[in-house]
Design a protein. Sequence first.
Lengths: 291, 179
Amino acid sequence: MKPAPFHYFAPSSIAAATAQLSELAGEDARVLAGGQTLIPAMALRLARPSHLIDINGIQELNNLEVRGTALHIGACVRHAAFHRPVVAGPLGALLLDVVRHVAHLPIRYRGTFCGSLANADPAAEWCLVAATLDARLTACSARGEREIAATEFFRGYLTTALSSDELLIGAQLPCLSARERFGFVEFSRRAGDFAMAMSLVVLQSEAGRLTRVRIGVGGVEVVPRRIAPAEQCLEGQLVRSENLERAAEAAAMAIEPAESEEELRVYKRSLVRAAVLRALIKALDGQLRSH
Amino acid sequence: MVSCARIEPETPEALMQPVEITLQINEAPYSVRVEPRSMLVDVLRDQCGLTGTHTGCEHGVCGACTVLLDGEPVRSCLMLAVQAQGRHVRTVEGLARAEQLHPLQRAFIQHHALQCGFCTPGFLMLALGVLEQDPRIGDEALTEALSSNLCRCTGYKNILNAVRAVRDADPLRQDAARG
């Protein structure tokens, strides 16, 4: 198999890449990062971009560092970078836990964190992480730079707030304090597959009460998102299994599955219920039994 | 580096104009002319004559085309050949030294880790990359890593046994010590 012919550019700076994107406005130009989604789509002729802008040679996109209170992840940082904790505390452990669910090993050596966000597959793990942690995403174009909140970034199935002349140059994840705990659970048919449903939970428990509760769900709607009614069920509440069950039920009821068949919708809701409950139990590992 | 200059004029024929690249494969330079759309696996096989790397699904699912890129196992069907310029590529042809098979190859024979053999080059390179990254990798992580590739004869158990045997004998480190 061979992709349809295209113009190939390999700029070595963000400025050169955005200049080319701007010049190509109106053409079907695509940014090539890890290529683990785009290249097979091109080989299968599902995608036939007229121009490819390969950003792999842009050194300034390899940054992975904590600045201030956020982890900055440059556009060329591969999934495999998270095989080891990249930051002390719960955030590094969270990313390490989640990366094991991202595709298979050889894919993780090429695919990128930001490429996954830009592709915006609702069943992609990093998109759920970005949505749950309220990541901030930096888009750059010849017109300048802007920051986009994750809630604004994901617009629909494979659709983002990026305009055609913009390059996603990085993502910022807020660091988690040592008191914050997380739980991630994913249902997929095979190891390494996209999620049928998944949940990421981040919370704090102080004196037996839950605070700063964030409950994200992905793989069931067209975009991953935090589920406010489920979070409200737990905020300020005691760590008790009936409270967790209530939150899981609220999440299952709040989501609008992308499927139209009723059986599938019921199934997806029950997957969400189980994923949220298990993620909460994981996050509260040890604490639940003591109450 | 690959030029970022626009290729003119914009006819499909012009887009298919080959560009000159040099690939470092198994420590040897290969100068080839490739179209920008050529996949690394196709260039390895068709232009470098290294047909040990197999094309299976050609969309990143089966892993038969796995090679090492700067020591990391990657799918050569999910990379443009032009992207491999300046990187070190290792293929199954680089495993044996003269008549001496690589410890992984010997282990695959001893443990009957191949039946039809189609997936074998991909599994060998995957296993090599995994063991080089983490020579003491645990059983669970090893199983997870090897689940990246497909064996249509379903000989997974023996593949796992072969790789475990190499890990436990640790000949990779002994090889490194011998230089």
